[in-house]
Structures are given as C-alpha cells and as structure tokens.
Design a binder for this molecule. Structure first.
Ligand SMILES: Cc1cc2nc3c(=O)[nH]c(=O)nc-3n(C[C@H](O)[C@H](O)[C@H](O)COP(=O)(O)OP(=O)(O)OC[C@H]3O[C@@H](n4cnc5c(N)ncnc54)[C@H](O)[C@@H]3O)c2cc1C
Length: 404
C-alpha cells in the first residue's frame, strides 16, 4: 500500500525559489514537502549553471529568513557602485555616463553578487538538515487539486496530501499548463552570453552596464576566490544570430570580442571556466493562482535580465507567500484557501508586471542604434548626471528596485 504523508504545503520544483520557500516554511514549523524531477547534488557542479545573481537587500532578507545566507560557501561580493553608459562596440563607454555610488545615499551596498553554484550548495545543505522538510528528488509527481485539498503522488514515494501546492518548476511550469492558465510570450530574439573572467585591475565593487546596439553588456563584481583575486561575472546580450557566432569563436577570439565591448579599464582579461548561453524572452502569466495552487518565481513571470531582477522577483513572491502561509497555519486557518490565494495574487502580480514593463522598455530603448533615439537617451543620461537631486532620486529608485 502507498504510504500517505500529510503536509500543509507541497512545493514542486526545488530551484532557488522553490527551495528557499520550502526552507523558510519548514524552518517556521509549517509541515512541508518538496519534489524535484532532477537530482539535486549534480546541480552543485561548476558546469551546471554559470549564472551569478545580483541579490537585492530584500532578497538577502528572504535568504536570511530561509537560513540560506549564512550557509553560502562562497562569500557574496558587495556592489558598491554602478556605472551606466551608452556606446558602440569597440568604443563601449561614451563620454556620457552615469555613475551611481551607494555611499551617496546610505551605508548599504546596492546589492551582492552570489554565484548560482554557491546558492545551490547552501540550498542542498540546508534542505538536508531541516528535520521537518520532506525532500523527494529525483522524482516525478502527479498532482490532483480539489476545493478541499490536493493530492501529490510522488513516483516511487508517498502520496502527499497538502492544503496548498506551489508551482516552482521554472518557465515551463507543467502545473501552470495543467491549470489552464494563459501565458503571453514576448520574444526578444536576443541571447544572454554568461561567463566569468579574471582581470588585472581591481573592480572595487563597481558594476558596469554598457548599453550597446545588440543589447546590454554587464560586468558584475565578484568576491575574490582561490582562482584569482580580481573576478567579475559577465552577462552579455546579443541578437541571437550574432550570439551564436560569438559562442563558436575560439577562446582568444571570444576574449577579444568581450574586450571590445567591455573596454580596457580593468587591464588584461582571462576567461575562467566555460561560457554559457541563454535564449531571452519575457513571459506574462495571466493568473498566479488556481484551486489549491500558487505560482512563484519563473513559473509566474519571465523578464529580460537587463536589470538582473528575475530571481529577486521570485524571492519577493516567496517572502510574501511564506508570511501569509505561516500566519494562516499559526492561526489555525487554511493556508491554501481562496482568500489567501487572492491576497497573494493581489500582492505580487502588479509589482512583477511593473518590472516586466520597465525591463522591456529599457531593452527596447537601448538595444538599437537609431540616431534620434541615441541622441535622446544621451541627453537624458547627461541631464541626470549633471543635476544632483535628479541623480540621487535615480539612485534611490535603483536601490529601491534592488532593495525591494
Ligand atoms: C542570462 C541570465 C542572467 C540572469 N541574471 C540574474 C540576476 O543577476 N539576478 C536575478 O535576480 N535573476 C537573474 N536571472 C533570472 C534567474 O536566473 C531566474 O529568475 C531564476 O533562476 C528562477 O528560479 P526558479 O527557482 O523560479 O526556477 P528554476 O531555476 O528554473 O528552477 C526550477 C526547478 O524546477 C525543477 N522542475 C522543472 N520541471 C519540473 C517538474 N515537472 N517537476 C518537478 N520539478 C521540476 C527543475 O529541475 C528546477 O530545479 C538571470 C537569467 C538569465 C537567463
């Protein structure tokens, strides 16, 4: 006979968003199960994911509440300055640029760079150590949802009875599809090239964003490791056909192209590890909930990585959802009922839609080389730089976006 497990919440998908939610809930005494179709230990391998996340203060608080921040095995690198400029390949930094210094508006950095691998190691260690958390991976799950509860059959495992199922399976969420929730896709025909580089000069915590006609090029300051003292993550957007050609270049030619976009302010550059490429698109999900179901993270939204906000939105989703679920279970109320789900959608959907609209507009404004558009944005950049109060307002809102 199949074993039966009673929980409050069953999370499907143990990526950074689902994993952090499960840790937060289980840590607060909410009976929680989590299922992932993939094995978790191989995700720690350096070749699994090349991304590094720019983590905002609000996301750091979510990671702390989930018990993950203090378990990060690789120190997060603070971002203390951001330099934004508009340019051309081979001449990336135009004379007009904006420099945002976190010290001008307070003590806190703009955010912290956290390697995907470091977060994965923290997640795997913490999920295994939490006594109240039931982890099933690798395992497929089939889900039946009804008004009074949900049943999750874990393949080769128990039948999990839950009050709430959380879809955290990323962009191609099967649970979202099964619930018949419509999705609008916005293709960008752009690809994100991601890699890590060592450089001669220190970055001093300063991130760089060059807006180039093919798409934004970002250099993000990382903490020193045994591999090199001066390290940065690169997120380099190009039109897809160009990105495919760049990905095929040998290492020396690849680094030459990278240098032409980045400029020479950090001296000689060296590739660390391999390069990755990610096709980019935005995705608007029409509802975040269905009967006994809540969508979080990339299952609920997809945005351009131009502002490095995708995971931060996911962390904000789970910060909100976890607070509601913990309060409901402590009050003896239903953590998966329609009233709570309505409140969750009302709290998160407008915020995520604003970020989608803002990142989409930024990409469209900057990823072109039409002369009047270039002139208008250069004038805008120059004006913001010259007018102190305007610049401070931009910095505060940048920190707000990052700190949310
Ligand atoms: C180039 C690039 C750079 C980025 N940089 C940043 C950045 O600087 N800052 C930032 O905040 N965000 C950034 N992002 C966005 C960020 O990577 C995503 O928002 C984040 O990974 C989403 O996490 P998630 O847990 O929702 O989904 P995922 O990471 O996709 O995890 C989904 C999990 O669900 C599992 N799964 C899938 N299907 C099933 C199933 N049917 N059953 C069970 N399990 C399943 C998978 O195995 C996986 O473990 C970037 C994205 C790109 C492409």
């Amino acid at each position: 006979m199949t074993e039966r497990l009673e929980v409050d919440v069953c999370v499907v998908g143990a990526g950074p968003v689902g994993g952090a939610l499960a840790c937060r809930l289980a840590g607060a005494g909410v009976a929680t199960a989590i299922v992932d179709r993939a094995a978790l230990p191989p995700m720690e391998h350096p070749d699994f994911d090349g991304r590094a996340y720019a983590i905002a203060a609000g996301s750091r608080a979510v990671m702390q509440a989930s018990g993950l921040w203090d378990r990060l095995p690789i120190a997060p690198g603070p971002i203390t300055g951001i330099r934004v400029s508009d340019g051309k390949v081979g001449r990336p930094a135009s004379r007009l640029f904006l420099h945002f210094d976190a010290a001008e508006v307070g003590d806190a950095p703009f955010g912290w760079m956290v390697e995907a691998r470091s977060l994965r190691m923290a997640l795997n260690a913490h999920m295994a150590a939490l006594p109240g958390l039931h982890v099933f991976a690798p395992a497929n799950a089939s889900v039946q949802r009804q008004a009074d509860g949900a049943l999750v059959q874990v393949q080769g495992g128990p039948l999990v009875a839950a009050r709430l199922v959380v879809a955290a399976e990323g962009r191609r969420s099967a649970l979202r599809g099964q619930a018949g929730i419509p999705v609008t896709h916005l293709p960008y025909h752009q690809t994100g090239i991601v890699c890590c580089i060592a450089h001669e000069a220190a970055h001093n915590g300063i991130a760089l964003e060059h807006f180039l006609p093919g798409g934004p090029f970002a250099q993000l300051p990382m903490a020193a490791t045994d591999a090199a003292p001066n390290i940065s993550a690169i997120v380099w957007t190009e039109r897809t056909r160009m990105a495919e050609r760049i990905m095929q270049l040998d290492e020396a030619a690849f680094m030459r192209e990278l240098g032409r976009r980045m400029g020479d302010h950090l001296g000689a550059l060296r590739l660390l590890g391999r390069r990755w490429s990610y096709p980019l698109s935005a995705m608007l999900v029409h509802r975040y909930t269905a009967t006994r179901l809540a969508l979080v993270g990339d299952a609920a939204h997809g945005i351009h990585p131009i502002a490095g906000q995708g995971l931060n939105l996911g962390f904000r989703d789970i910060g909100t959802l976890a607070d509601m679920v913990i309060a409901a279970t402590r009050a003896g109320e239903d953590p998966g009922g329609p009233a709570l789900l309505r409140r969750y959608q009302a709290a998160r959907r407008p915020d995520n839609m604003m970020m989608l609209a803002a990142t989409d507009a930024l990409d469209r404004l900057f990823s072109n080389d039409i002369a009047p558009v270039r002139l208008a944005r250069d004038l805008g950049i120059a004006a913001v730089h010259r007018i102190g109060p305007l610049k401070r307002m931009f910095m505060r809102s940048a920190m707000g976006a990052l700190a949310g």
